[in-house]
Write a protein of this length. Sequence first.
Lengths: 247, 247
Amino acid sequence: MSAIKSSQTIGQATSSGSDKDAEHSKANQATIAYRLLKQDIINGAYQPGDKLLMSHLKSHYEIGAGPMREALSQLVADRLVTAISQRGFRVAEMSEEELTDIYDARAHLEALITGLAVERGDEDWEADILGEAHKLSRVNEVNSPEEMLQVWDSRHKSFHRAIVSGCGSPKLLEMRASLLDQAERYRQLWLKQTVFSQLALEEKRQEHTELVDALLNRDKEKAKALMYAHILSPIAIIKGLLPTQSR
Amino acid sequence: MSAIKSSQTIGQATSSGSDKDAEHSKANQATIAYRLLKQDIINGAYQPGDKLLMSHLKSHYEIGAGPMREALSQLVADRLVTAISQRGFRVAEMSEEELTDIYDARAHLEALITGLAVERGDEDWEADILGEAHKLSRVNEVNSPEEMLQVWDSRHKSFHRAIVSGCGSPKLLEMRASLLDQAERYRQLWLKQTVFSQLALEEKRQEHTELVDALLNRDKEKAKALMYAHILSPIAIIKGLLPTQSR
DNA sequence: ACCTCTAAAAATGTAGATATTTTTGAATAA
DNA sequence: TTATTCAAAAATATCTACATTTTTAGAGGT
C-alpha cells in the first residue's frame, strides 16, 4: 500500500456550492465519502492498483462499512475503482490503451457537442465564451506555482464548459462529464508539464484563439476539427509520463 | 404505490452469462438486487414517480437495508431512480423533454459510432452484420405474440450491436450502453406498437436493408445519416404513448 | 385557515455476526 | 535443499439486526 496524505477529515462537511445531487446537496455519509475518495484517487493519494482496505477506509474517513461500500460502488460505476466480489476494491489501473481510448472518445464526443453548440448556441453562449476566453488569457497575477496550476486548470475547464454548454443536450453533457472524470488522472500528468512551460502555454493560447474565432464565425466544420485536435494533442506528452505498471 | 408483479425471488442467483462485472460475476446481494430492481423498473413493475419504500424493497427482494441502498444508488447513477437525502428513493419520472433529449443524444452518438465503425471495421465486422441482419429478417417461426416481441427486440438489438462493435472504442460503447438503458422504458412503449404492425415492421426492414448496404459499401456519410434517422424515427410514436404525468 | 406539537413511519448509520479469501507454516515428496 | 500440498489461522469482505436521526402527517389549539 502506498503513502497516503489525503484531504481533511470531516465533521459534518462544509456545504459547498451546487453539486451533482439533484436537490440541495444535504449530503449523507456515503456521499461525503464518495466525494473525498474520488478526489483522493484523482489527486493521486492512492495509486492505480492499490488495494482499498475496508478497515483503512473506515477509519480514515470515519465512517461505517455500509456507507463506505455505497461510495465505493459509485466509484466502480465511474470506472475509477474496480471490484471483485468477496475480494474487495482496488483503484482502477491506468494504461496506455485506456489513455488512448478515453482521449479518442473524448475528442470525438467534444467535437460532436461543439458542432451542435455552433448550430444551437445563442448570443448569451457567444458572450459567455468570449468572457471565459478572456479570463483564461489573463492568468498571470498569481503568487505560487501551485496556485498557477489551480487557476489555469479551473479557467481552462470553464472555457470548455462555456463552449459545450450551448449544445442543448443535458444527456450529452452528462456523458462528457463522465469521460472528463475518467480522464482526470491522465490530465493531471499533462497539466504539470503544460502549465509551467511558456512554450506549451503559448501553443494552447493560439489554439484557443483559433477556436473562438471559428465558433463565433459559426464555422461548424472548422470548429469541430480544431476541437478534435485540441483534445487529442496532450496524448503524446501523457504517454511519456505514464507510470510504468509493475505490481 | 402501484401494483407490483415483479420477477422471481432468488436463492443464490442463477449464474447467468457474462455481465458488466469485471471478473466472473459471482454476484453479491447488492448486485442481485440491482439487476432485479433495474429489470422491474424497465418492465414497468414500478411506475415513474413511485416511491421506493425501503421496508417494501427489503421484504420483496429478501435483502438487508445496506445492500439495498447500494443497489439503489447504482440506479441513481444510471438515472433510473432519483434520491433525496433523508427522504428516500423514487422511480425516475418520464417526460417528453427527457425523451427528446435521450433520443437526440442517442441518434448523434450512434451516428458517430457508426461512422467510426465504417472506417475501422474489418471483414469479421462485415460478416457479423450480414449474419445478424439475416437473423433479424427471419423472425417469423414463433408461437405467441409475446415471444415475437421478445425475439424481434433481442435480434434487433444484436443487429445494432454488431454494427457499432466495429468502432473500436470501449468507452464510446459504454456511453452508448448507458444511453440505451436510459431509453429502455421509452423504447418499450414503441416496441409494442411496432412489432405488431406489419406496416411498421416492413418500414424497419427497409431501413435496415439500406443501412447494411451503406455500411458494406463503406459509405460513411450515408450510413451516418441513415443511422441518425433510424434512431430518431420512433420519437413521434412514443410521444403519443407517453403516460400523462399526474402525481 | 394557520401554526405547533407529537407520535408513527421511514431513512440512515453502527456494531457485531457470518462467510469467504488469503496467508502461514509444517509435513511430505522430489 | 527446494518445491508442493494441505490445513489451520488470520485477515478481510459482506450481511443482518438493531439503534439513531429525520421526516411526515395528523390532532389540537389559536
